[in-house]
Design a protein around this ligand. Structure first.
Ligand code: PGA
Length: 255
């Protein structure tokens, strides 16, 4: 497995955090800290912070993402935001299928696939989240679950479109809990996802796929996780809210 075949990407997932002045302060602190990064750097922020983030990061190496988008182009969907609306603003990435959306907002594998479709059609890049629940891990069905989530999410996605997708493996039991998967566990499941992609699109596509790990990745454990052959970056929640911590993770991925 050759890591040089793909780009490591560290993406922050701010979730429902930061008012506009707080976002401005965090991004202003972050810009000089990550300017020499030798990996992709993305911040996925609440809709209300997108404009601020785009303005502040213009001309820097930080890319901006949203945390979700709707599957329809427009219409009677009160409270929703379409992929076209994001693309028009200059947003480059969108997180889709995060476990919090699956857990609290009725997201299913089918709606994840519809949102992936909409995001790709709008020209966005997707950070597609998959991951098992604790009871699924305990039942020994982790690989079946993430492989199924991956296959359904990628339904109808062409090989060319696949190049605009990053997959984030996020074991649900590790998100925001302080319980990180061991480096071996993360690598094992990332490897399984890569094999799933290879079976669908061929070995070269699997080898080129950026597959992140997410779930309590932080400044202290990032280096070990990112050293794994199949871990190509991270999706970072809590630790992305502090510029020095996020920058330390970016540095670990740049090695
Ligand atoms: P965490 O969140 O780093 O706070 O565990 C990760 C995520 O939900 O993307």
């Amino acid at each position: 497995m050759n890591k040089t075949l793909r780009q490591a990407v560290i993406a922050g997932n701010w979730k429902m955090n930061k008012t506009r002045p707080e976002a401005k302060a965090l991004i202003t602190d972050l810009i000089p800290l990550v300017k020499d990064a030798d990996c992709g750097v993305v911040i996925c922020v609440p809709y209300t912070n997108l404009e601020t983030a785009l303005e502040l990061t213009a001309g820097t190496n930080i890319k901006v993402g949203a945390e979700n988008c709707h599957w329809a182009k427009s219409g009677a969907f009160t409270g929703e935001i379409s992929a076209d609306m994001l693309a028009e603003m200059g947003v480059e990435y969108v997180v889709i299928g995060h476990s919090e959306r699956r857990q609290y907002f009725g997201e299913t594998d089918v709606t994840v696939n519809q949102r992936v479709r909409a995001a790709l059609d709008a020209g966005l890049k997707v950070i597609l989240c998959v991951g098992e629940l604790l009871e699924q891990r305990e039942q020994g069905i982790t690989e079946e679950i993430v492989s199924m989530q991956t296959k359904i999410a990628l339904g109808g996605v062409s090989a060319e479109e696949l190049k605009r997708i990053i997959i984030a493996y996020e074991p649900v039991w590790a998100i925001g809990t302080g319980k990180t998967a061991t480096a071996e566990q993360a690598n094992e499941v990332n490897h399984c996802i890569r094999e799933t992609v290879s079976k669908l699109y061929g070995q070269a596509a699997g080898d080129a796929m950026t597959i992140q790990y997410g779930g309590s990745m932080n400044a202290a454990n990032a280096e070990e996780l990112l050293a794994q052959p199949d871990v190509d970056g991270g999706l970072i929640g809590g630790a992305s809210l502090k510029a020095p911590d996020f920058a330390t993770i970016v540095k670990a991925a740049s090695k």
